[in-house]
Design a protein around this ligand. Sequence first.
Ligand SMILES: Cc1cc2nc3c(=O)[nH]c(=O)nc-3n(C[C@H](O)[C@H](O)[C@H](O)COP(=O)(O)O)c2cc1C
Length: 340
Amino acid sequence: MIKTRITDKFGIKYPIISAPMGPFYTTKLTVAVSEAGGLGVLSHVTLRGKNPVKDFKEQLDYVIEHTDKPFGLNIRTARIQTDHKVLLRKIPQWRKENPKLREQLIYGVTSAGGPRIAGKMWKEKAPDMYHFHVGPALWLVDKIVESGCDGIVATGTEGGGHQSYEGITTLVLVQQVAQKYPEKLLVACGGFSSPEGVAAGLAMGADAIAMGTRFIASIQSEFHQNYKDLIPPATARDTMLTTGGFGPIRLLKNKYCLKHGKVMAKEDKISQERVYEMAEYLEDLHRYEIVYTEGDVDNGAIPVGQTCGLIDAIIDVDDIISGFTKKAEELLKKICSNIS
Ligand SMILES: Cc1cc2nc3c(=O)[nH]c(=O)nc-3n(C[C@H](O)[C@H](O)[C@H](O)COP(=O)(O)O)c2cc1C
């Protein structure tokens, strides 16, 4: 058994976390991951036609109805993510009203914006919930630490979905954070989808490993089958960074992505945001909706990490959680046994 500060503090069996993947639902995936002994994480879903507050509450209710295990959630605190403040406020309130939710909802990870508003609200109103923030570069991790977060999700550029302009790899970033902030809880994320990756992440000093793409291609995830089916045949060269709603985003190179083109410069994105029309935002969102509802994987946006090159089958969540951890243990023991 591998024990880490996170398995101890979170009360989970294996040091594996499912990464949030909004705007898509990861509700059933959260249940499956937590039931398998990892930590499932609900995504910040922003598909249209739903009341975001009611929808989030329904997801929370679903999870606590279907598992008694701990789990977490993600809130994207970007300025254009206009529902984030109300959700940040509601979460402690819902936890207070429902003891089962308070017991199980132990992890809140913020991303895509700043950690401060969440940090302040949650420290005061939900001090027993661990607050982590996603950091893509050391200077940004410095700010996360200053804000008082309990931990960091160090996410490198090879990961799927939204990325920063920093372009730092997970390999470099995780070591930097582990060396500079050994007292902070650390999740390594971006580019992990194998037992070897889990072993490497732990060896670099992470307390847990978070995976996104690997969990999309799992039997239990609620991603459209057309989306899942694209991952096993994809190679590590089949993704690219283009421009998404919050900045760079790593997508599979499909018809939509190639037409959308290479990622635009930070300065251009900032000026674009100043005149960003609601219609453009909705057009962006539409690209995800058609993937979710119709499985249109040509005209829709397909966030996937470079790690798709390591994935060759759609497998059971249990094989990812317990299977990868056990194999990682063997690998680490083998390395130790080679030390004289
Ligand atoms: C489909 C998809 C959607 C994502 N949406 C979010 C999100 O809403 N919030 C967030 O913090 N990260 C999001 N991410 C990033 C993941 O949380 C994680 O950093 C990434 O998947 C790690 O890389 P990997 O895919 O190589 O495991 C998304 C990633 C994917 C693949």
